[in-house]
Design a protein around this ligand. Structure first.
Ligand code: OTU
Length: 647
């Protein structure tokens, strides 16, 4: 602490320069300094642990501090107002009024200007949180859906300009919709300015990446590494002819992993983070958090230093851009996912385990594994929340815990094989139409691509023109939404779900997409659906879409009217029925019981089992507006979900 305080005293005069150049007055300065003092000690300790042994540690610390001061100087007034507001309301995202959506600007709206016209659509659907998939300048050709960024400060010209983005951000803010963008900080594209300089032989920038002249060191690393994109290339390194070096590439060969062992990389990315924050982003989705630190002899995933790095970014955000929050994208083992979640690290996190287990429950018609898992994994620290989703732009991986499975007599390996068979439609009787993603011949491992509707059976039902199957598929979709909208945390729709969009098999005709099966679940929005909505179509696919849209919209509106659905508090209810998931939500005295039937048969739950949940003698399902008595069995239709409130 003494060291930290002394360092700050010594460095403070170095900030004068920044204040002077930007004409920052005393009041603004002291607002920054108050927060700097509050966060300095922990920040200094983290940076010292990461970089303290470097000969140039103090140089880098000084630069980091100046970067923070510069970010505060650049922060627009309206965002500073928002900062003050959010500091007093740190739990704004816990509200039942928060409902999220995610989309690709090009596939949904064509470009940013048109996206601004779609704000009323987002409101009509009930969204108050919008994640735009990466929209920055990318390399030519395959750009991994925007995740191969060549410039974090400019927008892909096909989508618009950075000013279009600023204007959209302002529109969204006025409409009460929080903006979420990606912070793709594990890697840059191979044509990012830093990578180009490295290729041109600049030593300083070669140290931004992991480069090796021969296979010796890469092979030593690979002895303990997983392969994330095994169909792209075996191993984790890519040979670069120009430099005559092997480059560390965890994902695609054109995505170069950044070397955070070098504090200059941390500072450079910090600048990019602040740039995005000052555009008017409320939440940054931290992409691929698991991979940002490497250490020989480990799996180079989820290392303690990865957490320290994010905490350092977080402290700096608290100092300069305090309304900015982080969402962790750690699609890893549930024990590891949760370690990224805290007010000091990521306030929000994808909930990949819940996502996978909801699909698992649909396939098995059993709720054993989801119950076993939720029992000890749903609770989070205060001031944090899950982001609960069903599908996103990525694949589904079966990231449940093997011991959770073993506890209820399930062999995890076999079960994953079964789920892969089921969701690729190979298991007899399966309703799903998924396709494999990144099948690993060596390990037999596989992930699943496919839209929500196609995985839930709608594609098969439409193809077979089977009314009963269509009905069941729609019920499955509403059931799943009914859970993510009520289980605690921010529900996140992947846009297209609200229309039951089916797989798009056309992606194979585009050479930049053909090698990546995830494009099957990234269809283009059809705006005539919206027109159909007013046409009262009685039959055919139009009526199915309308039905799905209206039910989804209605469920969202309902969620937003139920204070019991705020916060994270969720207690499982033993329904004594292995097909029915049950839980109680309590928030500030408001209560709601949820019962969800994962089978296509009618199921019963003894009403008196629910009394213990303190709901009284009568209750009403607020979805169907039907009243039940706790003295009788509660009957659930196939795939029905009930949201029960005491009357
Ligand atoms: C993320 O996902 C993105 O969501 C993907 O769209 C990108 O392709 C990738 O990073 C590279 O930027 O492997 O299949 O957590 O599962 O980070 C998705 C581990 C991915 C990975 C996850 C990654």
């Amino acid at each position: 602490e003494f060291k930290a305080d002394l360092t700050l005293e010594r460095l403070k005069p170095r900030l004068e320069e920044v204040w002077r150049n930007n004409e920052i007055d005393e009041a603004q300065r002291s607002e920054f300094e108050r927060r700097l003092h509050a966060h300095w000690r922990p920040l200094f300790e983290i940076l010292f642990r990461l970089y303290g042994s470097r000969y140039d540690f103090f140089f880098h610390i000084e630069r980091i501090l100046q970067t923070a001061a510069q970010a505060w100087s650049d922060r627009p007034v309206e965002l500073r107002d928002l900062d003050r507001h959010r500091i007093n309301e740190p739990d704004w995202f816990q509200s039942e009024k928060i409902v999220g959506g995610a989309l690709y600007v090009d596939l949904f709206s064509d470009n940013l200007v048109k996206a601004r016209e779609h704000v009323d659509y987002f409101q009509k659907l009930g969204l108050s949180y919008l994640h735009l998939m990466p929209l920055f300048a990318v390399r030519p050709g395959n750009n991994d859906g925007g995740y191969a960024i060549s410039n974090y400060r400019s927008v892909d010209p096909r989508l618009g300009t950075i000013d279009d983005l600023r204007m959209l951000a302002a529109d969204l803010r006025r409409a009460g919709i929080s903006l979420v963008l990606d912070f793709v900080f594990n890697h840059t594209a191979d044509d990012h300015g830093w990578a180009r300089k490295a290729q041109a032989g600049d030593r300083e920038y070669q140290e931004f990446y992991y480069l090796f002249p021969d296979r010796t060191v890469p092979e030593q690393y690979e002895a303990t590494l997983r392969e994330i994109f095994p169909t792209v290339r075996r191993g984790n390194f890519t040979w670069h002819d120009g430099m005559q070096q092997w480059v560390w590439t965890t994902f695609n060969s054109f995505q170069w992993d950044l070397n955070y062992g070098n504090p200059a990389v941390f500072r450079a990315m910090l600048e990019e983070m602040f740039f995005l924050a000052n555009v008017g982003v409320d939440v940054l989705r931290l992409d691929a958090v698991a991979f940002i630190w490497k250490q020989m002899g480990t799996g180079c995933e989820n290392l303690p230093e990865a957490h320290l790095l994010i905490q350092a970014f977080n402290h700096l955000a608290r100092i300069s851009t305090p309304s900015l929050l982080f969402k962790s994208e750690a699609i890893v083992h549930p024990d590891e996912v949760v370690k990224y979640i805290s007010p000091q690290e990521c306030q929000l996190s994808y909930n990949p385990t819940l996502m996978a287990l909801l699909w698992e429950s649909l396939a098995t018609r059993q709720v054993g594994l989801i119950m076993q898992t939720l029992r000890h994994r749903h609770r989070l620290p205060e001031h944090t929340a899950w982001v609960n989703y069903l599908r996103c732009h990525d694949d589904i991986g079966w990231t449940f815990d093997d011991d959770d499975a073993a506890m209820i007599g399930i062999n995890a390996y076999d079960h994953r094989q079964f789920l892969n068979q089921f969701y690729t439609g190979q298991f007899p009787g399966s309703f799903a139409r998924g396709i494999p993603f990144q099948e690993n011949i060596k390990t037999g491992d596989m992930r699943i691509s496919g839209t929500m509707a196609s995985l839930a059976g709608l594609e098969q039902a439409i193809e077979e023109d089977d009314e009963e199957k269509k009905e069941l598929a729609i019920r499955r979709m509403i059931l799943l939404h009914g859970v993510t909208l009520s289980i605690g945390g921010i529900p996140l729709l992947y846009l297209g779900e609200e229309w039951g969009m089916l797989n798009d098999y056309e992606f194979v005709t585009d050479p930049a997409k053909a090698g990546d099966s995830r494009w099957i679940h990234r269809p283009k929005m059809q705006w005539d659906y919206l027109e159909e909505l007013n046409d009262h179509i009685e039959s055919g696919n139009g009526s199915i879409r309308n039905h799905i849209f209206k039910s989804t919209q209605q469920l969202i509106a309902l969620r937003k009217s139920l204070p019991a659905l705020a916060g994270q508090n969720m207690e499982l209810i033993n329904t004594f029925n292995s097909h029915v998931l049950g839980y109680l939500r309590i928030f500030e005295g408001h209560r709601l019981i949820v019962l969800a039937n994962f089978s296509e048969e009618v199921q019963c739950v003894e009403g008196n089992k629910l009394r213990t949940a303190g709901i009284g003698r009568f209750f009403e399902d607020v979805i169907e507006k039907k009243t039940f008595e706790t003295s009788a069995p509660v009957e659930l239709e196939p795939y029905q979900i009930l949201w029960l409130k005491r009357v």
